[in-house]
Design a protein around this ligand. Structure first.
Ligand code: RNT
Ligand code: ZN
Length: 422
């Protein structure tokens, strides 16, 4: 047979792949449809190493670090928006953009306890032009008043400053939700912690809870915004203790009926967030995920299509919880082309979700119920070699994004023409 007779077109390959999945009882069209309706929140801070636009000499503090010095960091709002637009054009499916308060658009300096919706108006205009949703974050770190903590600080004046910040962020989140017509999730992460084991580990936690209670006191329309709290095991300089641990925030979110954020990098190295989702779903209507990749510690590496990212998505889909678990990414890699870093992580996150949506979950559940353990194990393993890349490429093409292997040249060109000139 000549080579041309054996080479499939992309359409023929997709037809074959679809038939393979159909034989397993999986409808590829409905999997792609579901994926195409699932928003992924793109963290704006990957574009500029979490520095923001509050001041030209900003320093990242709070026990997090963007390591690397690759050229091309976005230095202005315009550059960051251009970079996000480029990244989004290479990521199939709907995007939200996740903002921090220090990405405000203001002519002069604005104190964090004086932030107003108007400082984010141009972000809402831009998001609406592009059809992006917006998410938001309180920003307790990278500020002289939070060098030794924020919401749990022993000084009532410092706590009051950050409580006011939190309240203002809620108003901004509600505004962004209203402007975009999509609910804005407001994530609260406070870096407070200690290098040494404190004698008093209870006091800071009681103060943290009381501060948060003040912040979330005013009921706001859940269709516009929802609060979520993010726990952490430790940070740089807070190795021994953080008041906002997992147990703390799990209890807090449950009793205050707000959302809980699980960051994949915020647990012990062998502790996986994929194993926590359904336990929490028994008691919480909704969760927010920070999809990330820890390497030895909360190192915020670019998300890979690795076992844990796949397992997270399998758990979400098997529990039929895509409407209850919001997906956001959180990493900051300054050692490679930052736009490509966004694209690689986002495509991997979405790919992991597609792979999960292509699992014959009802068949597997039935086998499991019948005690066919070997059948389940075989099917799970064989799912790994199903032609899922062909379905992914089709998804990309039907959503206006380049398929695998076709987008990287676009990212390189953008680097040559734009990033490298900065
Ligand atoms: C830090 C948390 C938090 C931040 C962002 C910048 O450990 O993960 O989510 O990464 O708010
Ligand atoms: Zn996070």
């Amino acid at each position: 047979m000549s080579q041309s007779a054996t080479r499939w077109t992309a359409a023929e390959a997709f037809e074959w792949a679809g038939a393979e999945y159909a034989a397993q009882g999986v409808d590829v069209e409905s999997a792609m449809d579901r994926l195409g309706k699932t928003p992924l929140s793109l963290h704006c801070w990957q574009g500029d190493d979490v520095l923001g636009f509050e001041s030209a000499d900003a320093k990242l503090t709070g026990g997090i670090q963007a390591t690397g010095n690759y050229p091309g960091r976005a230095r202005s709002i315009q550059e960051l928006r251009d970079d996000i637009d480029k990244a989004v054009s290479l990521i199939p499916g709907p995007s939200k953009v996740n903002l921090h308060t220090h990405y405000l658009d203001a002519s002069g300096s604005v104190s964090r306890d004086a932030l107003e919706p108007k400082h984010f108006e141009s972000w809402a205009d831009w998001a609406n032009e592009r059809g992006y949703g917006l998410d938001f974050n309180t920003t307790f770190f990278s500020h002289p008043l939070s060098e030794s903590g924020s919401l749990s600080h022993a000084d009532a004046g410092i706590r009051a400053f950050w409580i006011e910040h939190g309240k203002r962020c809620r108003a901004i989140a509600a505004y962004l939700g209203k402007r975009t017509g999509q609910r804005c999730l407001l994530n609260h992460w406070a870096h407070d912690g200690a290098k040494e084991i404190p004698i008093d580990t209870l006091g800071p936690r009681e103060r943290l809870a009381a501060s948060l209670d003040e912040i979330i006191k005013e009921p706001l329309d859940p269709k516009l915004m929802r609060d979520s709290v993010e726990s952490k095991l430790f940070g740089i300089g807070s190795e021994a203790y953080v008041p906002g641990s997992h147990e703390f925030y799990m209890g807090y979110a449950l009793t205050r009926k707000i959302m809980l954020t699980l960051d994949a990098g915020h647990f012990h190295p062998t502790e996986a967030i994929s194993a926590k989702l359904t336990a929490l779903l028994c008691f919480m209507p909704e969760l927010l995920l920070h999809v990330s990749r820890p390497v030895r510690w909360d190192s915020d590496h670019v998300v890979l299509l690795d076992d844990e990212t796949r397992q997270i998505m399998l758990e979400v889909v098997r529990a039929d919880a895509l409407d209850r678990i919001a997906l956001a990414m959180d990493y900051f890699d300054a050692s490679i082309n930052r736009v490509a870093a966004w694209v690689i992580g986002a495509r991997n996150t979405r790919k992991a979700l597609l792979a999960a949506l292509l699992e014959p979950v009802s068949t597997l559940k039935a086998m499991e119920a019948e005690g066919d353990g070997a059948g389940v194990l075989a099917a799970r393993q064989e799912a790994l070699t199903m032609p899922f890349g062909i379905v992914w490429d089709r998804f990309c093409e039907t959503r206006g994004a380049p398929p695998d292997r076709a987008w990287i040249e676009d990212a390189r060109r953008y680097e040559r023409e734009v990033l490298s000139k900065r």
